[in-house]
Structure formats: structure tokens, C-alpha cells
Design a protein around this ligand. Sequence first.
Ligand code: TGC
Ligand code: FAD
Length: 395
Amino acid sequence: MTKPTRIDPADLLAVGDLLSDEERLIRDTVRRFTEERIRPHIGDWFEHGTVPVRELAPELGALGVLGMHLDGYGCAGAGAVAYGVACMELEAADSGLRSFVSVQGSLAMRSIHAYGSEEQKQRWLPGMAAGELIGCFGLTEPDFGSDPANMRTRAVRKGGERGDWVLSGSKMWITNGSIADVAVVWAQTEEGVRGFLVERGTPGLTATDVHGKLSLRASVTSELAFDEVVLPADAVLPGVTGLRGPLSSLNEARYGILWGTVGAARDCYTAALDYAKSRIQFDRPIAGFQLTQQKLVEMMLEVEKAYLVALRIGRLKEEGAARPQHISFGKLNNVRTALEVARSARTVLGANGITTEYPVLRHANNLESVLTYEGTSEIHTLILGEAITGESAYR
Ligand code: TGC
Ligand code: FAD
């Protein structure tokens, strides 16, 4: 293993040296892509609340990050840490970009990969890995977010074992909802919660975008309504019944977040560091003031600790030893860390910190969504509370 030979302010503990050559290559390749393709535009996309997802998706497919941790069907079959560092670089650019990749790869593709029939996998996965087809994942409803077990969306089978399904209800806050070619929709059935593949254009399906978001503006968020949508018998994912289905895919997406937020935090910290070195007040760079240095050092410590947490969980995952509670540890800790770093970085930039010219308030605003989705910070606190006390406190 290489030893740190120099002090890198962006990675003072040289955590990056703990990555393999291949992981570093993936990290640097994704970083280069975001620098060339995302960073020049992201401020505008965020400001105007638009993002050219259809254009970007095939580019992300060519980059190899869509379903990159899955095997076969055009997916790269990368290791957990390799997938993690890709998420880290994507979210250093914008949480909306990482969200797109998480929903496509870890929620929609992963659900089909883990629980779909061979026909369903062949039909969807290669096109989704290439970014030619877009997926979304519908679990949350207007009245049931943290508590999906009580969902009202329902699918009823008509005409026996091989009969059609009729799906009714609605899903809320669905990333990629209105642009998706296929929605993985979780619904109550007589047998328990099951997953359904609902194709774009199916009669009775309507998608309406959520407007007025002050967070994740470079990401499409929609409501999906199902008005007695008739689905063929083979629209159901045959491999799982029960909430375990969606929650096991959520483990994968939450894992991407615990890495992604390290990237957002690092980007805020390095933006503040660069700014502090060049901004002159009272005839000297503000980086020379002790109060500024304290903020920068605190940020740096927190970014490095979050990076180590992510790497530890990633290695556990590669060994097959990561439990959902480990993922909750990382999601809770690293999102919270990133938000605190973003808010502190914002103060270093003064008034400039509130504009889209710099990334920090955009990251801070995005991270408010990241704190809430994929299990709120309170839900992950309760998961960990149960893990250490043995007492469940949800209900
Ligand atoms: P509970 O009785 O504990 O569990 C029901 C069944 O599920 C199993 N299970 C899990 N399986 C795999 N991974 C996990 N993390 C699991 N957690 C639970 C469990 O073993 C049981 O299986 P079985 O076979 O015995 O039936 O369920 P509960 O109703 O008490 O709820 C527990 C709770 C609160 C932790 C869960 O409901 C929860 O995680 N709530 C949060 C909901 C959530 O995270 N929603 C996210 C929606 S998707 C999203 O936000 C995408 S953001 C998109 C983007 O990145 O842009
Ligand atoms: P609620 O569950 O109503 O919670 C409100 C507050 O009450 C929170 O602070 C919560 O922590 C707290 N609370 C709830 N229960 C408890 C309890 N037992 N103990 C203590 N506190 C509690 N969902 C999808 O299915 N697919 C998507 O693609 C998707 N994308 C999203 C994109 C964005 C931008 C956002 C913001 C959300 C997205 N979501 C998606 C929805 C997200 O998963 C939910 O918002 C989240 O699970 C919380 O649900 P809720 O908003 O209904 O809040």
C-alpha cells in the first residue's frame, strides 16, 4: 500500500490511498466526466429547475455507472467500493445527478435484477444500463412516507392465476417519475406487498411533476396516479412478496447515498478553502484568520471521518457482512455531516455563498432532500436505536 508522501488538503489522511488502483481509476474517470459535462451547467440547471436527463442518461450509461454494481445484462459488475466512489464523484457535482443514478441502478434496475423473471430482466436491464431506458421506483404515497407498510395502492388479480392485474392508487415524490419508461411500483395485494412493472403510456397511468422545489432542482420529481391500470399477469415481479422487496433495494440506494454525501461535503469544503485563500478582507486572505481556519479544519475533519465510515461500510459490503444497520449508520452520519459542512462552508463564502456561482448553498439545499428521502434521519436513528437497545420504537 502506498504511503502518504504529501499533504493533500482535500484528503489530508490520504484515505484515497486505501482504494485499489481500479477504484481510483473509476473515481478519477467519473470526476473528469462531471468536470467536463456537469459542472459547467449545473448552476443553470438548478436555477431553472431543468435538467436534460434524456441526453445525459446515455452518457452515464457509456460511463458505466448505471447499475454498475449489478452482474450481467450489460451491467459492469463492479465492487461495492467502486460503486461508492462513483457515487461520491457524482454527488460532488450535484445530489440530483447521484439521485438519478441511484434510482436507475439501485432502486429500479436492482429490483428487476433481484426479483424479476428472466424475460423481465432481458426486456429492461440492458437498455437501462445503457441509459436508453429510464426507470423509477414508487414506494412513497401522499399519506405514507416513513411507514410504507400501510400503503393504500392496491393491485387486484382478475380472472385467476394467469389473469390481469388492476392497479389503483398513487405514488408521491417519485424521482424520474414523469420521464420513466418503466416504473417499479409497490402495491398491496392479497398475498402482501408486491412489485409491478408499469410501462410508460399504459392507459390509466398519469404523471404530474412536483413544482416549487427549493431542493434537488436538477432532478425530476413527480406524482404517479394509477386509475384502474390494467397490467398483464407477467407485470408482477415474481421473486418477492412483502416489504422486504422494496426495503432490500433501499439498502443499495442508501449505500450509494452514504458515499455520495462524502462528495457533496468535500465539494463544499474545498470550495470554502479555495475561496478563503483568495478572498481579501482587512488586507489579508480570510484564510489567515483563526476563526476561518477553525471552520475549515472542522470541515476537513468531518469530511475525512465520513470518507472512512463509507470505506469501512463498503469493505464490509464486499465481504458480504454489511447489515442494514451498518447502512443506516452511514446514511445517518454522512448526510448529517454533509449538511453541517455545507452550512459552515456557506458562511465562509459570505454573500457569494448564496449564489449558484458557487456550489455550497445548492449542495446544502439538495442535502435537505437527502436527509429526508431513503429513510429520514429520524427513521435511521430508530433503526440504530433498536439495534443497540433491542427495543423497537417506531409504533
Ligand atoms: P418491518 O416489519 O421492520 O420489516 C418488514 C419486512 O422487511 C424486512 N426489512 C428489510 N429487508 C431488507 N432490508 C432492510 N433494510 C429491511 N428493513 C426491514 C423485514 O425483515 C421484514 O421482512 P419479513 O420477511 O419478516 O416480512 O417493517 P416496518 O413496517 O416496521 O418498517 C420498518 C421501517 C420503518 C424501518 C421501514 O418501513 C423504513 O425503512 N421506512 C422508511 C421508508 C423509506 O425509506 N422510504 C424510501 C422511499 S424510496 C426513496 O426515498 C427514493 S429517494 C430517490 C433518490 O435517491 O432520488
Ligand atoms: P413523513 O413520513 O410524514 O415524516 C414526517 C416527519 O415525521 C419526519 O421528520 C419523520 O422522520 C417523522 N416521523 C415519521 N415517523 C416517525 C416515527 N415513527 N418516529 C419519529 N419520527 C417520525 N419516494 C419514493 O418512493 N421514490 C422516490 O423516487 C422518491 N424520491 C424522492 C425525491 C425527493 C426530492 C424527496 C424529497 C422525496 C422522495 N421520496 C421518494 C420520498 C421519500 O422517501 C419520503 O419523503 C420519506 O420517506 C419521508 O416520508 P414523508 O415525506 O411522507 O414524511
